[in-house]
Ligand binder design. Structure first.
Ligand SMILES: [Zn+2]
Length: 115
């Protein structure tokens, strides 16, 4: 993924609309590209401060929000999402292979009429 592709996905990333593969590619680019990370940080701050303003004032208007940490949380959350989806895919693959193996064993190794 290059910088143009990454910057066209900022909004989709922040609203969790990227699929697993896109999220993974996006995160890898963000980790290696300080320019895009800064840009994402700015977009995230804008989004956060405009969306949650009402909610924040409800809790006494605490202004000590560390937006940098919030973005780090967001990035970690998305990393966990990629990892979880990978694990699910892996589990499905293992299950399919096991089923296939069971079928092969049944088909080739259990003598017909033997059961
Ligand atoms: Zn970049």
């Amino acid at each position: 993924m290059n910088c143009n592709e990454a910057s066209s996905r900022f909004d989709a990333f922040l609203t969790d609309r990227l699929n697993v593969r896109e999220t993974d590619a996006f995160l890898k680019h963000i980790e290696n590209c300080p320019d895009c990370r800064d840009e994402l940080e700015v977009r995230y701050m804008v989004r956060y401060t405009s969306n949650d303003l009402d909610e924040r004032s409800q809790y006494g208007g605490n202004e000590n929000y560390d937006l940098r940490n919030l973005l780090a949380d967001k990035l970690n959350e998305r990393k966990r999402f990629v990892r979880r989806q990978r694990m699910i895919s892996f589990a499905v693959l293992v299950f399919v292979l096991a089923a296939l193996l069971a079928f092969v064993i049944w088909f080739f190794f259990i003598p017909s009429g033997g059961l």
